[in-house]
Design a protein. Structure first.
Length: 327
């Protein structure tokens, strides 16, 4: 609620993305009338029916951002080039674009800003991550996320804006790459999957993001579900529902070598997934987050506290595709 007791007017950047779509749906069907920012016509195909208004803007175009933030109470910033590329390649959208968005928001009187960061600000070798674990990224993607968090936080503090940076774990759901590959019948895992990682159903990620905006939460925290789990454990649960899918576990060294050989062709794949060395390394990080972080501060609990509740819910979204559980 804003000062007059009305629902907040929230701008969602990256509204056509995986997490952005879920945030947009929860806001729209939760009584809000959000403003959904898209970069070009056609990006809104999965959200165009929502009760919302739309802003066509680009993080690299300051004038477009001025119109996008006009009249909103808060910003949920999810848009970015989410690829494992060089710092300079990522800088225009992740760093410069985010700072331009904050600058436009401050000028327009916005007083709430929620930023989606990443667990990849850590180096992947710490057994457990908590609020005091220092950021120590090994990838340029993590480095630029840390720099963006810091600069946004400084700008927000000087302007009296509440600022939350949520270091998201592996967020999964019906529309993500992992389950899209399982439904297609083949999943390649670049590693043996024994490392422990933190996971989170997309519905819970969106709920926490929205709650930070509602409550004017300020802080920079990692968070996830109640039970970090290895990729092998994640896969065991998923395979109960995607029985026809073939899964290939490729040793990390071999995956690194193969993706390194593909690096010269990177320019042909502007949105890389598992075919980059950086992606291979992240799949082999150990990143188990303290399960109490953020939830207690927000007074919330995840609807899907572990993968044992979350994965069946994902499978139920696509019935009739030959992915019935084993009996």
């Amino acid at each position: 609620m804003n000062e007059s007791g009305k629902k907040l007017k929230l701008l969602v950047t990256g509204a056509s993305g995986f997490i952005g779509q879920e945030v947009a749906h929860q806001l729209a069907f939760g009584g809000y009338y959000p403003r959904l920012m898209i970069r070009k016509a056609g990006d809104d195909c999965d959200i165009c029916h929502l009760p919302a208004d739309f802003a066509m803007a680009d993080l690299r175009n300051r004038e477009s951002l001025k119109q996008a933030v006009k009249g909103v109470d808060g910003i949920i910033h999810l848009a970015a080039r989410a690829t494992f590329e060089s710092y300079e390649t990522l800088k225009p959208s992740i760093l410069n674009g985010s700072l331009a968005l904050m600058e436009a928001g401050i000028a327009a009187g916005v007083r709430r800003f929620v930023y989606s960061s990443s667990l990849l600000v850590y180096n992947g070798s710490t057994p457990s991550v908590n609020a005091d674990t220092p950021a120590n990224p090994v990838l340029d993607y993590g480095r630029i996320k840390v720099d963006t968090e810091k600069k946004l936080s400084e700008m927000a503090a000087s302007a009296g804006v509440s600022f939350a940076a949520l270091r998201l774990p592996h967020v999964y759901g019906p529309k993500d790459l992992y389950f899209s590959q399982l439904r297609a019948g083949r999943l390649i895992l670049p590693g043996l999957g024994k490392n422990i990682y933190t996971h989170l159903h997309v519905a819970d990620a969106a709920a926490a993001i929205i709650a930070c905006a509602e409550k004017s939460y300020s802080g920079i925290l990692p968070f996830g579900d109640r039970l970090p789990a290895s990729w092998i454990d994640f896969l065991k649960v998923a395979k109960k529902y995607y029985t026809k899918a073939r899964v290939y576990l490729i040793p990390q060294w071999l995956a690194l070598m193969a993706t390194a050989l593909l690096t010269p062709l990177r320019h042909m794949r502007p949105y890389p997934g598992l075919e980059t060395p950086g992606a291979v390394r992240t799949y082999n990080f150990n990143l188990a987050v303290d399960p109490e972080l953020l939830w207690k501060d927000l007074g919330l609990a995840p609807a899907y506290p572990t993968i044992y509740e979350g994965i069946p819910a994902v499978a139920a979204e696509h019935p009739g595709q030959g992915v019935l559980p084993n009996r």
